[in-house]
Design a protein around this ligand. Sequence first.
Ligand SMILES: Cc1cc2nc3c(=O)[nH]c(=O)nc-3n(C[C@H](O)[C@H](O)[C@H](O)COP(=O)(O)OP(=O)(O)OC[C@H]3O[C@@H](n4cnc5c(N)ncnc54)[C@H](O)[C@@H]3O)c2cc1C
Ligand code: FES
Ligand code: FES
Length: 498
Amino acid sequence: MSFEINAVRFVLDGRIVEAKGKRRTTTVLDYLREELHRTGTKEGCAEGDCGACVVLVGELNAAGTAVDYKPVNSCMQLLPTLDGKSVKTVESLKKPDGSLHPIQAEMVACHGSQCGFCTPGIVMALTGMVQVNACPSRQDVNDALSGNLCRCTGYKPIIDATLKACTRPAAELKLQDSADLPQLKQIATPKQPSVNLEGELITEPTVRTKKGSEFVTPATVDALASYLMQHPSATMLAGSTEIGLKVNKQFIRPQHIVYVGDVAELRTSAETASTWTFGASVPLEEIMQRVKATLPDFAEVLRRFGSPPIRSTATLAGNIANGSPIGDSMPCLMALGAVLHLRKGSAKRKVALDAFYTGMKANVLTPGEFITAIEVPKLKASEAFRAHKISKRFDQDISATCAAMRYRLDGDTFKDVRIAFNGMAPSPCTAPKLEAAIQGRTRTELENGVINAKLDAAIAASFPARDGLRATWAYRSLVARNLIAGFVEDALQETATA
Ligand SMILES: Cc1cc2nc3c(=O)[nH]c(=O)nc-3n(C[C@H](O)[C@H](O)[C@H](O)COP(=O)(O)OP(=O)(O)OC[C@H]3O[C@@H](n4cnc5c(N)ncnc54)[C@H](O)[C@@H]3O)c2cc1C
Ligand code: FES
Ligand code: FES
């Protein structure tokens, strides 16, 4: 039963919806289907893999002049995160004169649908793409579809339909949001928290139950820090791509949920000549765009991280705090020398990411402490960075292992080598013995397969030889060695041809 006292307010096609009396863990998908009868949005897997549930969630842009939409897996998102936002489902696309959106029309014309179960999710993923990229390449369309499974049609007609739709004027592809703008402004949540007579911050819950469970949405990092001091065991919710899974598959119902996605300071990224500082709630999609010119291998690991709807909400902080042994961002961040900015109440400290983990899914965070930002050093002029993820499927799959290496070549001698992996130990980690196998060595010392023996010995001395669900130890250790040997070989070839 639910006894919530507050309403979650969001905009759906020009009208404000007030969702009252719903559990704080109700998913957006369930609400859309069961309460609003928007049954075009389907449930396939309820774990972010199939894309049948994709809808677009929009927020007012900074100038307040338009709505920025992103594709999300509605099965993973909790209803209270919609507060103050706008939603578009497949039913939203039909124009007042009954005509279809160009993506829909071309899906019909190109026979891009058979049983149709996947089609609404595919249409919404593609409609999301064309909001920001009206002239996609075939590869862009493939990427946009990497989180959508179709078991009937095959992807060719779907891709053809999209490319054909994109020959139409960009304005025809844009979602009409003029009716949503005034409504979004009306329900905008206050950007400053209120203060009681004693000057203490009050974080008003979006949802509170009679039993005292609540879902709060602080607007500032001070309000978040203060709330976590009062409720140190509260569950922090960022992109919900891990927590949503626990809600759907393990049926967890945290008593206190504190959503960090609306904390303005945590959503900003800053850049200097030597570092990026990514706020804890900056989605991976944005980080991928920011690093792709200078760290293409890191951007490629992020491009293969889940799918666009996963990356549009998932965060680096969530990946790091979750601490999966096969988390993909951590090897890259460790090799680059990333530092975490932590906060507890008003106290702040910094911890190097390679000193963050204390064991399997265990870390140095103390109760009430959280990540505010991830500081990532940029490469110095003479440095290089390589990374590669190995998984059974190329797209939308988790790692068997992912390796990253930063180094500097002084002539043909390797200097300042830093190597990190996932999938090799109980947590992602650096590999000092592998670094030592390469550090200070020259071309002649590393050529002709000599490096393989050195790396094999270093791997055997560094990691527990354990088979895992994703791969056997024999496979993982061979792949890990080959990845690093490949990075070294590429570097030496580049210097030979320079
Ligand atoms: C379909 C699918 C595909 C995926 N693919 C990949 C993949 O390719 N590679 C990969 O590594 N992972 C993958 N994941 C896992 C997941 O997407 C990532 O771990 C993601 O980065 C989690 O971020 P989030 O913001 O969604 O975290 P959430 O689910 O919101 O939270 C995860 C954990 O982090 C904590 N947390 C969040 N923010 C903070 C903070 N600021 N300070 C302290 N703690 C915090 C939360 O309390 C929670 O314990 C996938 C998941 C799904 C469902
Ligand atoms: S239902 Fe499969 S991704 Fe949401
Ligand atoms: S049309 Fe049947 S699953 Fe795609």
